[in-house]
Design a protein around this ligand. Structure first.
Ligand SMILES: [Cu+2]
Length: 278
């Protein structure tokens, strides 16, 4: 019969071998397919972040699988033999320290890595609140995202505050989304852009992303917000600067007659239930 020490060494060896086989597959095969794709620089770095998460969890997963497989094969009771309890274990200092040390190192590494990534990417596509800690340098193109049960609308403060039912963005620009809500808590999730920001009533939640080439992207509400939450989706477009100029000019003409009913552009809105358009 093997000693418990040689069991430990065998499981450790299986973990190392398994990790050596699986790690390259994780990095080179699975990694490039991690969400949300490479639609924007922020989305690309989320792919990298997801790959790093997988890499960190691979040795732990391999240890658990190696242990399971080893136990299934080696600790199996011989046929016909009665199942009896092993000797009671009262702690194992070395393995406890090893487990605490490796998991602590992994969690600390991820905390530092995650914080660095958040700061480097100006919030990494997430909402940074009304005054984000990390802001992009240079000019930004502001777009307000207004969530309500159950749709998103968009206002362009640099184009007279016109409000549209579809989201169109110019290519190659640093966008600043100002996300807010008129009622419940929603979440503005523009998948291929790598943007997800909570939409809270009374709050101006800012999320940054730099657009790339013309493309389309999916928009969904990512916070359960009532009966038709599941239908709160939309398709957005990134278009060339010239196409954007044409589109926004057409929207301004189209909505000119109704602009007088819109509240003045503001960081957030408190709906007035007594208001009657007259
Ligand atoms: Cu919603």
């Amino acid at each position: 019969m093997w000693s418990s020490r040689s069991h430990g060494q065998r499981i450790a060896a299986l973990t190392v071998i398994g990790t050596a086989i699986v790690l390259p597959l994780v990095v080179f095969v699975l990694g490039p397919h991690m969400p949300p794709g490479k639609g924007t620089p922020v989305a690309s770095s989320q792919v990298t972040d997801n790959t790093v998460l997988l890499v960190v969890m691979t040795p732990f997963t391999m240890f658990i699988l190696a242990y399971l497989a080893y136990a299934l094969v080696v600790f199996r009771a011989p046929k016909g033999e009665e199942i009896v309890d092993g000797a009671p274990m009262r702690g194992h200092f070395k393995s406890q320290v090893a487990w605490l040390a490796t998991t602590t190192a992994a969690v600390l590494f991820l905390a530092i890595f995650g914080t660095t990534e958040l700061l480097a990417d100006n919030g990494a596509g997430g909402g940074g609140g009304p005054n984000p800690v990390a802001k992009p340098s240079g000019a930004v193109f502001p777009v307000q995202v207004i969530a309500q049960q159950w749709e998103f609308t968009y206002r362009y403060p640099t184009y007279g505050g016109v409000e549209t039912a579809t989201l169109v963005l110019p290519a190659g620009r640093q966008i600043a989304f100002h996300v807010t809500s008129l009622d419940a808590i929603h979440s503005f999730w523009a998948y291929q852009l790598g943007v997800k920001a909570d939409a809270n009533p009374g709050v101006d939640n800012v999320a940054y992303v730099r657009t790339k080439n013309p493309s389309t992207f999916q928009i969904r509400c990512a916070e359960l917000c009532g009966l038709w939450h599941g239908y709160m989706s939309d398709t957005g477009r990134v278009v060339s600067a010239a196409d954007f100029a044409t589109w926004i000019a057409a929207r301004r003409r189209q909505f000119a007659p109704s602009m007088k009913y819109l509240p003045k552009y503001a960081p957030s809105y408190a709906p007035d239930p007594t208001f009657r358009a007259g």
